[in-house]
Design a protein around this ligand. Sequence first.
Ligand code: HEM
Length: 161
Amino acid sequence: MPLAITDLPHLNAALNAATIALLIAAFVAIRSGDRQRHKRLMLAALVVSAAFLTSYLIYHFNSGLAKFGGEGLIRPAYFTLLILHVIAAIAITPLVPIAVYRALTKDFAGHRRIVRYTWPLWMYVAVSGIAVYVMAIHLFPDPAGPYAMLEQPLLTGSDRG
Ligand code: HEM
């Protein structure tokens, strides 16, 4: 069965959950002094994030933003979470490659300095990504449906779901 565009938010949430697990495991590994395990887990987190970014971009180019149907105080709460999620996601885009470059070139002092911000921001992006997904798709979807499809999606036919 081919994957439909409307399946992608669920896949994205699963990839975010995998990122959270890998970030925690990599942190535990480095705290217990296992550098090799830390390296493997962080490189795995990078691969998962690359898969996430691909799926995320395909989804948003085809269906825009999920429509939020919540009313009252939950609305500003949701949009604050969403705006901070987007800002943090933009912030980690250059930070992650710099952190990895420093680690791979053995500039561990520089790596330590940058990951002080990179790790918590990355974690926030993954956790808030799942929170946004649960709120917009499951808890408070728009009554007309959570998916704001474009008039002319880039993918057509069965891909649209
Ligand atoms: C973006 C990806 C990465 C993140 C977010 C990250 C995160 C971290 C964190 C949170 C620490 C602990 C710093 C501290 O105790 O204050 C650390 C240390 C370390 N990381 Fe990474 N890491 C990443 C990628 C890598 C990679 C790919 C390698 C291996 C080549 C690596 C090697 C190390 C080493 C050796 C340390 C110990 C540094 C020291 O204590 O002097 N890291 N990293």
